[in-house]
Every structure is written in structure tokens, then in C-alpha cells.
Design a protein around this ligand. Structure first.
Ligand code: TZP
Ligand code: MG
Length: 207
């Protein structure tokens, strides 16, 4: 699957930590292979405008671009894909509406992972691997929970939740295709450098 190699360092925006455009540029400079625009509670027009800018930037750096939750915004800005959780548009409906988009499913258990794969998800965002302050009320599945998911599905898996440069190696060794991070990159003083460090670890383990 040709998009798989772009999942290895998947960086997600968080405007509570950094404004999107400059932080995404720095993450791309540092070697992010995919960017997800994650904005909760902003007017649709604002998301659309930001999505257009980030789409342009990700093209310049040959990175994939995903939009969280919003299939309409993903389509409007010509994103590569959309990330859908259990409360978002059902995967099978999203595939019908937007056959051109990659569908990433956010899953928090083995059961949800198998269900998302059966419904046609193109890849999984599986977590939360470790406790995280970034998203409230997430279930922590641990490295074992993650490993079970990786072993049970045949679509690519990106690990998410509490991943940083201290624990990235052990996460990558579970057999995932990539790691997704918010605070390890967006919470760093130097976004480019934090991304570079993670990319180095990813290259060491995944090649
Ligand atoms: N989904 C599961 S955990 C999480 C999301 C969006 C938050 C990840 O953020 P961080 O800062 O990398 O732990
Ligand atoms: Mg969602």
C-alpha cells in the first residue's frame, strides 16, 4: 500500500499549544511525513481556510494531509484523508460520500479496530498507548493492547497517545507503521528539532 510509508511520523495540530501554520511548517521541515489538522469548535469557514493553507504546505513538502472529524472540510480542501472516531461519520458512509479520501479510524480497543477494518477503514489510529493530557477520557491500551491490534488487523496502524522521544522506540517495536504525536512536537519549544529527533528514532527502528 503506497500511502503506508507516509504514516511513519504523523504530526497533529493543536492550537492550544501552537498556531497551526508556523508549527506545521516547522514540523514539515523537521521531517513529519503526515499532518493532521485537528481543530475542535471553530467555525467551518475558519477550518476551511486553515485547511487550504495546510494543504498547500503539505504539498510543498510531499507530506500527506488529513482533516480530523470533518469529511466536508477534507473534501473541500482536497486533503488526502479524514480521521474518524466512534462519534463521527460512520466509516462505510464516509467511503460512499468520499471514495477518493483515505479513511483513518480512531480506535480505542481491539474490538473497535476489527470493526473499523471490516467497515473499510484504510488505516487505524490506535490508542491511547500511554496516559495523555491532550485528550480527556481516553482509554489507555498500553503497549500490549497496541500489539494485539497490530497482530489482528492487516491495514496499517499508527500508534497515538503519550508518545515522546523516550518511549517512541518501544512503541515502534510493536510492529506499528508509524507514530502520531501532538504534545511531543506541538508542546516543544523548538518544533522542528523535536520533529527531527522523532524522525531519527523512526528511521532507526522502521528504516
Ligand atoms: N487520540 C487518542 S490519544 C490522543 C488522541 C487525539 C491525544 C494524543 O496527544 P499526545 O499529546 O501526543 O499524547
Ligand atoms: Mg473525531
Amino acid at each position: 500500500m503506497s500511502f503506508k510509508k507516509y504514516l511513519k511520523l504523523y504530526v497533529i495540530t493543536d492550537r492550544r499549544l501552537k498556531p497551526e501554520v508556523e508549527s506545521v511548517r516547522q514540523a514539515l521541515e523537521g521531517g513529519a511525513t503526515a499532518i493532521q489538522m485537528r481543530i475542535k469548535d471553530a467555525p467551518t469557514r475558519e477550518m476551511y481556510k486553515m485547511g487550504r493553507e495546510l494543504r498547500k504546505l503539505t504539498r510543498e513538502y510531499d507530506a500527506l494531509f488529513f482533516v480530523d472529524d470533518r469529511i466536508d472540510v477534507a473534501l473541500a480542501v482536497d486533503a488526502d484523508g479524514v480521521q474518524l472516531g466512534p462519534e463521527d461519520m460512520p466509516i462505510e458512509v464516509a467511503k460512499e460520500i468520499a471514495p477518493s479520501l483515505l479513511i483513518g479510524a480512531s480506535v480505542y480497543s481491539l474490538e473497535e479496530a476489527l470493526d473499523a477494518e471490516a467497515k473499510g477503514a484504510d488505516y487505524l489510529g490506535a490508542g491511547s498507548v500511554f496516559p495523555t493530557k491532550t485528550k480527556s477520557d481516553v482509554r489507555v491500551i498500553g503497549l500490549e493492547g497496541l500489539r494485539r491490534i497490530v497482530e489482528s488487523v492487516s491495514i496499517p496502524v499508527v500508534a497515538i497517545g503519550g508518545i515522546n522521544r523516550e518511549n517512541a522506540r518501544e512503541v515502534l517495536k510493536t510492529g506499528v507503521d508509524g507514530i502520531a504525536v501532538i504534545s511531543a512536537v506541538m508542546g516543544a519549544d523548538d518544533v522542528k528539532r523535536a520533529t527531527e529527533e522523532l524522525r531519527k528514532i523512526v528511521e532507526e527502528v522502521l528504516g
